[in-house]
Design a binder for this molecule. Sequence first.
Ligand SMILES: C[S@@+](CC[C@H](N)C(=O)[O-])C[C@H]1O[C@@H](n2cnc3c(N)ncnc32)[C@H](O)[C@@H]1O
Length: 362
Amino acid sequence: MSTRQELAAVLGDQLPPEWRAAFDEVPRELFVPDVGWVVEDNGADSIPVNRAVAESDWLAGVYSDAAFVTQHEGGRATSSSSKPSMVFAMLGHCDLRHGQSFLEIGTGTGWNAGLVARRIGDGNTTSIEIDAPVAARARENLRRAGRSPLVVTGDGEQGYKPNAPYDRVEATCSVRSVPRAWVEQTRPGGLIVAPWETASAGLLLKLSVDGSRTAAGRFVGTAGFMTLRSQDRVIGGEPDDFDELATVGSTDLDAPEVVSGHARTAVGLLIPDMRMTMDINDDTGYLEQLWFLAPDAWAAVDPYDGTVRQAGTRRLWDEVVSAHAWWAEAGEPEYTRFGVAVDTVTGGQWTFLDDPARTVPV
Ligand SMILES: C[S@@+](CC[C@H](N)C(=O)[O-])C[C@H]1O[C@@H](n2cnc3c(N)ncnc32)[C@H](O)[C@@H]1O
């Protein structure tokens, strides 16, 4: 695939008619650099492309429904142009109208800001980027595309007060808690759309700010994004001294079931600082060990005989068992029944099931 029209065909209904003019007039190829990495469907691998070496591969990457990583630091992607279907899904949740005011957190290449500016007006669009060279390139990309939204260099966790209040705040990097400034800078009746991240789940949060004391909203999709820099932290690696430190027990709970599907998302929401991983034998392809890793504790579960090893300041597997029991007792709800509520006075926030009054025991 190599043209905008072909990508539009692939996106189909995922490119809503109200975004078609912006998609055509703010071409992604003006925003994506000549050298980068096209992320594969599995989300983990990426293919390097270089326009000078193979222009057709580069163009195919630009016009495929894939994220295009533009920058790596320390082995991790630190900036990208998000996957087009995700870009339009998030813009759809933003429910934008011409004349509304919009703040984007995470300018990246500037493509999303350019699309929004085409739709609601340059003067109504503000985007903030923490990485100064990335912000400078985005300004240049936008200029080449004939767009001029305000691109601010700064920490988007603080929002951008001079242009507040906003009708819509959209983050294109993920958060573990909603920054208070975003809520304060959203006009009553406004929306905040942001990828929400726990150590083991990536969801999309749509929060309504209605002027009352509680701003609240549910998860409306899944989303894997790089994290807002100030909230980014890597959670625990697998320990080497595994046998000496651990207390050994056993479990009846089916551990592989806990790390998959809706159970995984729910347990991830209930224990947000815990990462779940698995060891798979390279030769046999068999699952060997399931890991539950938090900053201050870990647990390892043998998926065949249910042997549990736990170490650290918390009994992490016991927490998993309680979280899973709570979820099962609640009728095994899917992630779309969960949401986040923010107390607009104190900034305190909590996860809920169905209604902000039904707090999830995190
Ligand atoms: C997935 S990229 C954004 C994609 C972008 N919307 C586009 O259309 O190309 C995420 C961006 O968020 C930026 N970022 C991370 N933390 C930030 C923060 N605290 N404030 C502003 N930008 C931040 C990163 O530098 C990165 O460029």
